[in-house]
Design a protein around this ligand. Structure first.
Ligand SMILES: [Zn+2]
Length: 271
């Protein structure tokens, strides 16, 4: 499933390809689950438009067109966006042909959980999918996290996964960051001191940035349209290592369920 680092990797790959380019032609399949806006409307809004920027909000991408608005894209569980030599199959929902770009840009999703929504100018400030998001997990500050923890009695792990607090943190990265910061995932958020929120901020941003860079180097595999193979994996220190020895102290890694999500931690290193 594409998490923030995969989405950011795709964004960084797409920007040099399409920023400043004009969309010459758009084709879209008949309306299906992927289209929150009518495909005909999306086609009309995109055709002839020039890409001003591609931005990311949590796990959403915004393809922003000069003076027209933006296409909001969510990749769901299996969505892909790519541009290389490719014979489109039935899972391609939309194809964008850019002036001067060798191959079209394809939006493909075998399971149709990805989403496409057109936003007219200004609508991004009222669209609930965007307005409900907290600060981006790649760029939040320690002060922001410290404030978010204040007076909150939820487990710190749940707070990190709360999209209205941090957009796009993700289960794996939250576990890894808590290990690096030596904080037990079950700790009540309000019990963290400023040194701990500082360490956690640094750890989470680092693990996400490292994953983005890994994704950046394996992005061609990741977006290769032959199924889900190629989703890169960062080497995990605790995530998915239940019962295996902690890499720091050799104590067996524990797994528990917090707020219906699994959490992995070292009971000795993390307090
Ligand atoms: Zn340990």
């Amino acid at each position: 499933m594409p998490e923030l680092p995969e989405v950011e990797s795709i964004r960084r790959k797409l920007v040099p390809m399409v920023a400043g380019r004009r969309i010459r032609d758009v084709s879209a399949v008949a309306r299906n689950y992927a289209f929150l806006s009518d495909p005909g409307i999306i086609r009309k809004k995109l055709s002839g438009g020039t890409v001003e920027a591609i931005e990311r909000r949590g796990k959403y991408l915004l393809l922003r067109l000069k003076q027209r608005g933006a296409l909001l894209i969510h990749l769901g569980m299996t969505g892909q966006i790519f541009s290389h030599a490719y014979e489109p199959d039935k899972h391609v929902h939309m194809t964008l042909v850019f002036a001067g770009l060798r191959h079209p840009v394809y939006f493909r999703d075998p399971r149709k959980f990805g989403k496409l929504l057109w936003l007219d100018p200004g609508e991004e400030y009222t669209e609930p999918r965007l307005t409900k998001l907290g600060h981006d997990a790649l760029s939040f500050s320690a002060e922001y996290l410290g404030k978010a923890c204040r007076n909150r009695s939820v487990a710190i792990k749940s707070l990190l996964l709360n999209q209205s607090v941090l957009a796009g943190a993700g289960n794996i990265y939250a576990d890894e960051a808590l290990f690096t910061a030596r904080i037990r995932p079950t700790r009540r958020a309000r019990t963290l001191n400023s040194k701990e929120t500082g360490a956690l901020t640094k750890a989470l941003r680092n693990v996400l940035e490292r994953a983005v860079k890994l994704g950046g180097s394996s992005i061609n595999d990741y977006i290769h349209p032959d199924g889900s193979e190629g989703y890169f994996q960062i080497e995990h220190k605790v995530y998915g290592r239940e019962g295996a020895p902690c890499l720091t102290c050799a104590t067996a890694i524990k797994r528990s369920v917090i707020g219906q999500r699994s959490a992995h931690y070292c009971p000795r290193c993390q307090r």
